[in-house]
Design a protein around this ligand. Structure first.
Ligand code: ADP
Length: 347
């Protein structure tokens, strides 16, 4: 067990200070992440379902069922794991699928969990198969099988674990094996946030960062943040810098517009990579349909980045569609990028 894969909610300061964060980043990152349901904006159905499950589990003096969260990056999956640990009064141990290389990595973590602790595995769909197999008995029977020696001398020993809750997060639920998926009692998808929820997050974060933002400024920023709290918080910090240096420190519609030009974020909230992706389909592949591998090769980007980070929002706002024969740019995408849609029809 190493410090950099663990954050205990009861001992966050000490562990984070020791390993992964610069001193000047630490208070800011910690303070923007909501610690309780009352501060967690939006996703009302998910929050309500979790509150019920947690309260029922506490009444029965049991751990809450294993929970799987699905959704694009930055929508609040990790934050929910922190909140669940706080509500259950347990510690949070955080790791990620790709960092668990051997079964032993996972066993080391599992055997240190206490009753009602939360084990959070981010990108759980990227957990190696060999590690995943240790998760099955751990989730189902709170036990792991140790195997000693090899060949004809091999012996196995069942080791009992404390009753913990596994919280998994994935951007691609389709890549999870059926046996793993079926072992989660609660499965919830997080959706992009609407603008009024994002504006609430901006006001909350602005108050924590001690910066003033007017209503128009908050609305403008929320409409350009791709429905994503992590992006809202990141852009808020950039606009804060701009307002401080180029204006009077107050975040207004004007300072948001000017600061986001420098960030390459347009009026729909699209980034350079979003626009390059759409342009590739429109200019290079005549609007599609085109396979994702071909787009990735043309852009020299990882397919996973396009599928996990770029496409979900473009699909959500209807700039791209996914058909059985590939991705197609919509009429709205042509218009947004200033291309003529008619032209494409006659090509
Ligand atoms: P994910 O795990 O889905 O990638 P995170 O939980 O790390 O996303 O969220 C990214 C950041 O966005 C958090 O640090 C937090 O500051 C903010 N955030 C996420 N969801 C919410 C929410 N519902 N309300 C307020 N802030 C949020």
């Amino acid at each position: 067990m190493t410090d950099d894969i663990l954050t205990h909610s009861s001992d966050k300061q000490g562990i984070l200070t020791g390993s992964c964060l610069l001193m000047d980043q630490e208070p800011e990152i910690l303070s923007l992440r909501p610690e309780q349901f009352a501060d967690y904006v939006g996703q009302t159905e998910v929050v309500e379902a979790l509150k019920i499950a947690i309260e029922a589990a506490i009444q029965r003096e049991e751990p809450v069922d294993h929970i799987l969260f699905h959704g694009p990056p930055g929508l609040g999956k990790t934050t929910l794991a922190h909140i669940i640990a706080n509500e259950m009064g347990g510690n949070l141990t955080s790791t990620s699928g790709p960092s668990l290389e051997k079964g032993g990595d996972l066993i080391g973590i599992l055997t240190h969990l206490e009753d009602r602790d939360i084990l959070f595995i981010d990108e759980i769909h990227r957990t190696p198969k060999i590690v995943e197999e240790f998760l099955y008995p751990a989730m189902e029977d709170f036990a792991v099988d140790f195997v000693f020696d090899k060949g004809i001398h091999a012996r196995s020993h069942k080791y009992r674990l404390n009753r913990f809750t596994l919280v998994g997060a994935t951007t691609r639920v389709g890549l999870l094996s059926a046996p793993l998926r079926d072992r989660f009692g609660i499965f919830r998808s997080l959706d992009f946030y609407n603008e009024s929820d994002l504006a609430k997050i901006i006001r909350r974060s602005a108050a924590l960062l001690k910066v003033t933002v007017d209503d128009e400024g908050a609305n403008e920023l929320s409409s350009r943040s791709r429905g994503t709290p992590r992006i809202v918080n990141r852009l808020l910090k950039r606009v804060r810098d701009y307002s401080q240096v180029r204006a009077d420190g107050i975040i207004t519609k004007k300072t948001v517009e000017a600061a986001l030009v420098l960030e390459g974020v347009d009026e729909k909230g699209l980034t350079d990579l979003d626009r390059k992706y759409l342009k590739t389909i429109i200019e290079f592949y005549k609007g599609g349909p085109v396979g994702i591998e071909a787009i990735a090769a043309t852009l020299q980007e990882e397919t996973d980045t396009l599928v996990d980070v770029i496409e979900p929002y473009l699909l959500k706002v209807g700039l791209v569609t996914r058909t059985s024969s590939g991705r197609k740019a919509s009429e709205a995408a042509y218009k947004h990028l200033g291309f003529s849609f008619q032209k494409r029809m006659f090509q």
